[in-house]
Write a new protein. Sequence first.
Length: 675
Amino acid sequence: MKEGSESLNFLEHIIEEDLKSGLAKNHLRFRFPPEPNGYLHIGHAASICLNFGLGEGHEAPVNLRFDDTNPIKEEQEFVDSIKHNIEWLGFKWAKECYTSDYFQQLYDWAVELIKNGKAYVDGQSPELIAEQKGTPTSPGKPSPHRDRPIEENLEIFEKMKNGEFPAGSYVLRAKIDMASPNMLMRDPLMYRILNKAHHRTANDWCIYPMYDWAHGQSDYLEQITHSLCTLEFKSHRELYDWFLDQIYDETKIRPKQREFARRNLSYTVMSKRKLLELVQSKTVAGWDDPRMPTISGLRRRGYTPESIRKFSELSGISKRDSVTDVSLLEYAIREDLNKRATRAMAVIDPVKLVITNYPDGKTEILEAENNPEMENSGSHEVPFSRELYIEKEDFKEDAGSKYFRLTIGKEVRLKNAYIIKGESIVKDAQGNIAEIHCTADLDSRSGSGTEASMRKVKGTLHWVSIQHAVKAEVREYDRLFLDEAPDSHGDKSFMEFVNPESLKITKEAYVEPFLQKAQLEDKFQFQRVGYFTLDQDATADHLIFNKTVGLKDSWAKAQTKEQTQVQQQKPKEGTGRSAINEVQKISKKYTNLSGNKLETARANIIKLAEDVQYEELEPLFGTAKKKVGTRIGATIALGVLLKKGLEKNEAINAFIQAGLEDDNELLVEEAKHIA
RNA sequence: UGCCCGAUGGUGUAACUGGCAACACGUCUGUUUUUGGUACAGAAGAGUCUAGGUUCGAGCCCUAGUCGGGCAACCA
């Protein structure tokens, strides 16, 4: 992971430091700790790639640990789906662990804490406990049970464990500091009573540990060296360390928690709650709807594991909150699919094309390259005949000179076939184009080696033979939200930004017969259109293709730009950087320069100063003393203005005087020039 | 109001113990091309949040401020 790039992210720096200061490389160990209460999404993928990537980079084991301390929300179904997703991404965990495996140990340690006077049983209501916690600005009040005798604590705690109390009646609390500025340190809960069967321990337990009490201890039990989590756990670190202090044995590895920013993707939402809302409101068809940022959704959409890993790598890792543009994700998948997708032809929005000089009833079998980007990828057969479908948008009655596609009187090539020339059109009663008639240069068949076949024509079109085409359903997806950060508007729900046109279904698209054999997970490029994959709902006689992502389309871009340019042309005055700004820019580094570079910089400032107005220059007189460069630049520029006949005023004199008195020789020198 | 983080081109990340701000995506040009794709070549785009300070020299160190985020679940 780190070879090839010397630049490390801040977590890798920390690991490097630890290694340098004595941590044995073979002790390195990481973990990915999902709670099995939902499906994994692209944000989790960042964490997965981070932890497993670190493991791969350092040849260190990475545990998969299900943080299953809340039986109310967690289910086996999620465990299975998470495991599938991680495997699909191509990562192998060292051990499959469950926090629930440590329930006994956790309990024993809790008893230990009670005996040491570090924990106590509280029987107050949640409301009361919350109230006593105080607020971030005011200290909390101790619980009346804070000093309950140890024996009594032990007795009640055991009864809690034995199921002698109803859910919610008692909790075990750590005895830390009710006045701590960190709210989490104000006697946090360690255990609560939950009368709910657990997906793994069934009814063995009716008390369950809280996250803070379980997580660090689990890391410790597994001897994880670096426990990486997202930023919102930062303030938990103090507690994490406090709990570890209570049980830590110096001969063992002491895990450290470090935090990184979670990854957001533009034009989507990422929280489990919001994703669930999309599913429940039927905005999408399910968790694996191809528009969902879930791993299973991306997979169904046609994303490859490689592309997701690449995306994670490109996105990087840091501590500031950010929104990564989807274009980076799209780049990652296009790059991968360009190399591996089999090329095929499909017409999604068809119009009939008749080659008038091609014999009726004749069929030719032509050859189509499977993948020009991959050697030895072979070719497949594609049938050609007199009547074809082409894409509606590939023909225009009156086209400009920049339109390379079919129009009357102009030649284009049919991919893998002949060069044709538009002759005439047939319209229906409503005036829509029903048929396009053209003639083919019958000597120009692709691959025939004739001179005609080598001719260069500007445009190439994809097509299917009507007689041979296979009908298919095509599902095209657009971003799910119209807003870049739909959940960033405090006053509005993210649901208000749902894109009503995020799914476009074409029931009658036509694909070449070769695609009849498409299998799930096969990757195709429909030439000139985009990358597609078979949907899981497809059957042998009902093909369904999902569009993963379109090809880059500089033609479409030019079109939309042309439109927006017309509107935007007006407010395009005063372009370019002003002279004074240039002067400032050059000046800033002035004192770092020497020799020729210094000379050039000075000459440039003098030249630029010709276009500088005094009104622009005067504000620079107030430049901080330490910004000598800027003051020198201003002095030089001032010299130019004075030479042009500017009268000295009070501000100018004061500025020159300050320059003369400065410790910087260059500045003094320039000031002398104009004094 | 308390505590804790963060701030670098449009976006995401770099910049080793201070030394002319780099890479990728995106944008724009051009070349090649039987995909208006790919590939290749190139360009534009950043006073590193602000103000002071330390230093020969600050994105980096110090101080104060501004803005953004997190923290008061018997969730994780």
